[in-house]
Write a protein that binds this ligand. Sequence first.
Ligand SMILES: Cc1cc2nc3c(=O)[nH]c(=O)nc-3n(C[C@H](O)[C@H](O)[C@H](O)COP(=O)(O)OP(=O)(O)OC[C@H]3O[C@@H](n4cnc5c(N)ncnc54)[C@H](O)[C@@H]3O)c2cc1C
Length: 403
Amino acid sequence: MPLDFTFTEEQEMLRQAIREWCSKNLTLEKVREMDTKGEIPHDVIKGLADLNLLVMTAREDVGGMNADWVTTVIAAEELGYADISLAVPVFFLVQAGWGFVVDRYASEEVRQDYVARAIRGEGFVGIASTEPGGGSDVAAMKSRAERRGDKWILNGEKTYISGTEEAKAMNGGYFTIVRTEPEKGHRGMTAFFLPINAPGVEVVKRFEDLGRMAISTGGFVMKDVELTDAYVIGEVNKGFYLTMEGFDCARLLVAATCVGAARRALEIGMDYIKQRKAFGRPIGKFEGIQFELADLWTELQATRWLVYRTAWMMDKKYKEGAFSPLEVCQWVSMCKLKAPQLAFRIFERTMIWHGAYGYTKECPLEMGLRGVMSYYIGAEGAQNIQRIIIARELLGKEFIPYR
Ligand SMILES: Cc1cc2nc3c(=O)[nH]c(=O)nc-3n(C[C@H](O)[C@H](O)[C@H](O)COP(=O)(O)OP(=O)(O)OC[C@H]3O[C@@H](n4cnc5c(N)ncnc54)[C@H](O)[C@@H]3O)c2cc1C
């Protein structure tokens, strides 16, 4: 009987350690404070580093845990449960997902400096793919890198980028994708590690977002930014494929974090409907409410196991080559499609159960609604793009709608 849904002892211990830390250091009061002040305090980042959660997917020689994907999903789920605004989960998952790809394919120079510092909570590794012209069509990005002598010269603009302020303050950088041989389309794109404080990089914007207020979203311009070969990630002209690999890693963690946040929302909702009375009894006694709870809980469990099954596939892919990248990609897209939309619905419904109180900032749920909306609307990939990937694997490449 090979099908076994249990976690290892180490995984259970890690889940417990994160829960304990969050119950003291990442309470809903603290999350509200971060949401209001618009920043993640240093003690929280240090706490994540002390728990070895930052870029936990990186290898041990730079200080990482070399964590597998099931373990990393556990961390993402627990952080989503604690910080329903999703600011800390974003800080965690962008780095665990994209930091994994940087650690795997970047030079020793980049790994030993940028990845190692991010792991210690003294740096930041993000993703800068989206441009003012759009994010879904990665192959249409306009930013370029030209070879001049033994250097690469980067020009272009990236926008709606998570963590630009944090990256600047911590001297971090981004996995970024640019054209190196424009006439070759997606086969002429290269990934670079772009230090945010490199001469020629200018952070030009901080957006006023709807949610996850404690982490910034911004944009930057690259003007004649000079990088050596040490900053090329992987092979020249293979950046598109590395970007797709990074999206798989990050999207899986996005789904996990949405599952965690949605679980918290249902727990908050259950506490409320057990004690709030209308017509002489707790509102949880009314079928109009408890049937909805039962439906949402069932959907959440189904989604949660979809996410863990996909994490298990990712581990099999990396450790044993057991599943093809496209197969895994389809499952990841199912997770990214389902979890944010379900989480959004769960926050919306549990807010409704709270009546007028649910519409106030005295109730924590609105932070969650705003937070999960970021992933529902498209951070780490829009919903329709996930649908295209899923349908492509079901129907064949000839059914890709934009070709
Ligand atoms: C809070 C937040 C943080 C973000 N952080 C980052 C980051 O750190 N790094 C980064 O690179 N990007 C980041 N993004 C950008 C994100 O990756 C993009 O929003 C996403 O890829 C979609 O791109 P777009 O917003 O330009 O929408 P578009 O690509 O312009 O798409 C607009 C709409 O059209 C739909 N659409 C597009 N093509 C098709 C099609 N073929 N068929 C049907 N529908 C289609 C999409 O589903 C979407 O609803 C962030 C976004 C948000 C909201």
